[in-house]
Design a protein around this ligand. Sequence first.
Ligand code: GLU
Length: 487
Amino acid sequence: MTLRVRFAPSPTGYLHVGGARTALFNWLLARKEGGVLVLRIEDTDQARSSEEHTQAILHGMEWLGVSWDEGPYFQSQGLDRHREAALSLLESGQAYRDFSTPDQAAKDREEEVATGKRNRRARERADAMTPEEVEARLEKGETCAIRFRVPDGETVWKDGVHGQSRFRNEEIDDLVILRSNGTPTYNLAVVSDDAEMGITLVLRGDDHLSNTPKQVLLHDALGNPVPSFAHVPLILGPDGKRLSKRHGATAVGDYEKDGILPEAMFNFLALLGWSPGDDREVFGRDELVDVFSLERVLKKSSVFDFKKLEWLNGQHLAAKPVKELVEQVKWRLTEKGLLPEGPATGGDEAIDLYLLVDLLKVRARTVEDLLDQAEPYFSEELEYDPKAVKKQWAKDPEGTAERLARLDAEIGDIDWDQERLEEFSRGLVEEMEIGAGKLFQPLRLALTGSSASPGIFDVLVLLGKERSRNRIRRAVNILRSGELPSE
Ligand code: GLU
């Protein structure tokens, strides 16, 4: 039998991390088993659903690379079918009409709270009515809800994550399946849709665990084959409480904006509640399809570790082909006004974006981070990190100025490639009889404004001869003026 799974988000919010993880687990299983992933938008809560959220969910899935094979279906399109299902249960006596007044319903609940047990008062009132009475009340225009008649006994299913699971039916209320305004409730709609779409496995969050016995019973009552179920554990914030906005961004779209790569988010989400069984952490999508299995989904909740996401992002960033990053970096730099649209003019050598990205991607954790690091290479008025100034320039401004000035004077005739520059600079350091750091650290600051950068000869090549020398001279002037940038 072909595996048919589904992702069934309600468009009442953006695609959040928990939803995305559910989608991803379903996708991984479908890919692994040659199955089908159905996307169903559960939009029956008209007041809270919106087109904007639907679009954000679709976009989020596309961005992550979690593609669906069927759909999107919209739950609201199946309202007639849902109603028919409710009526068929009524017909077969597995559901009943509930004419309870709000007062009666409130009393029933009070009794349940007081005894700590479910009662079946609504059912008793319904059963006490003759069919003629029911007819008469309907004819008078009275409205009623339809409730499912929960059978006696126990509901058992083998959960794909939690194993054998059982629920005593006396603990399950006779749930409303059709409201008095004729709209179906969540459990009925889901059961009807899952059956219609031939879903064989319902894989979703633990928050739906208590719905599962109800859905198993409804499938049984409707004569549907009952799908398998698997519930993945909750995602917690670092403080052990359920992940929420308090902990930081929970919408997948926010991470996209923050420069997290989709493949890193994918990798990260896969590890939330699933483990490969060894200590590997960095996975590509295809590798995950190979190694993923329901058996290794963890039973206990997992913690959303923002630091780990950043770390994984750095790993994926470093492994990403430069070419793919260059386009992203290019438009963002242009947007920031740092890159002229079209070829560079004005005699300035254009910075080789390929080289820049290649040098920076191994040092950055996010694309944003990479851009921040890239910015100084383009800036006309380089700003210097005061801490670095204190450390590299302030101790001996005159001596530093002289060394940089000498470097500038002699470097003009050097062929501008890595090897020549290194050979020359190391020779100069020897002639000056100083440690290499005494020249290279102040130089790094002069070229990049900070004390952390790629290798200094790479930086020289990247900036080009003219720009490098301009920056060295500017530093010399500042050092000689004695007015060093300070905190
Ligand atoms: N629409 C439900 C939700 O977003 C999911 C229903 C299900 O997976 O059964 O929580």
